[in-house]
Design a binder for this molecule. Structure first.
Ligand SMILES: [Fe+2]
Length: 226
């Protein structure tokens, strides 16, 4: 299957002053687009050519894995930024309080992990095999999908994500990224995991339930032909 660049679910100016138009233009239109183009080139004539993105990630290594994982990681990062003010759902809020004590405590631990992550990578809020919330970090293109974890949200700590706006001050980028979290999106990921078992099973969601139809309409809206 041909992989496609997601369309940003907000305008290029929507995240100003915390993330500039220039950063989005470089990060989405150039970096993210390059991963998509590269993966489409690399899979031609291979067993990965007809696989869904998540299956490529789970069965590949080397350059194909790196580009596939970077598409998945960036899709989640960009979709998780807000269009408007939002708050965690009551279910997510309760889970956060049970696990971390408060939203502020989650923020402190999350940002500390992201600030101190060495080199390029990602910091994630995931649901683990015991349905518990967990903060994990991954280096370079690595993704918690391969560990059986189910991601709710992620922040990109590659320098290309923040250098235009914040130069080398990653901590300031992270403080401002926190203000951009689309909690509606993060909460919907939790609902999908609870109802479908796994957000990655969405691709096989074809039972015409309201949830499947809703999710499929979102996927259709967000994808554009590159
Ligand atoms: Fe990035």
């Amino acid at each position: 299957m041909k992989h496609e660049l997601i369309k940003l679910p907000y305008s290029y100016d929507a995240l100003v002053p915390f993330m500039s138009r220039e950063t989005l233009e470089y990060h989405h239109d150039k970096h993210h687009q390059t991963y998509v183009n590269k993966l489409n080139e690399l899979v031609v004539g291979t067993k990965y050519e007809k696989m869904h993105l998540e299956d490529v990630i789970l069965h590949s290594d080397g350059a194909i894995f790196n580009n596939a994982a970077q598409i998945y990681n960036h899709d989640l990062f960009f979709k998780g930024l807000k269009k408007q003010f939002s708050q965690p759902s009551s279910k997510l809020n309760n889970l956060i309080i049970d696990t971390f004590g408060s939203i502020d405590a989650l923020k402190k631990e999350f940002i500390s992990k992201a600030t101190t992550h060495f080199g390029s990578g990602w910091v994630w809020l995931v649901i683990d095999e015991n349905k518990a919330l967990k903060i994990v970090s991954t280096s370079n293109a690595l993704t918690p999908l391969t560990e059986g974890l189910k991601p709710l949200m992620v922040v990109d700590v590659w320098e290309h994500a923040y250098y235009i706006d914040y130069r080398n001050v990653r901590a300031e980028y992270l403080e401002n990224w926190w203000k951009l979290i689309d909690w509606d999106f993060v909460s919907s990921r939790l609902s999908i995991i609870n109802e479908l078992g796994d957000p990655n099973s969405i691709k096989d969601c074809n039972d015409n339930s309201d949830l499947c139809n809703y999710v499929e309409s979102l996927i259709e809206e967000e994808r554009v032909t590159s």
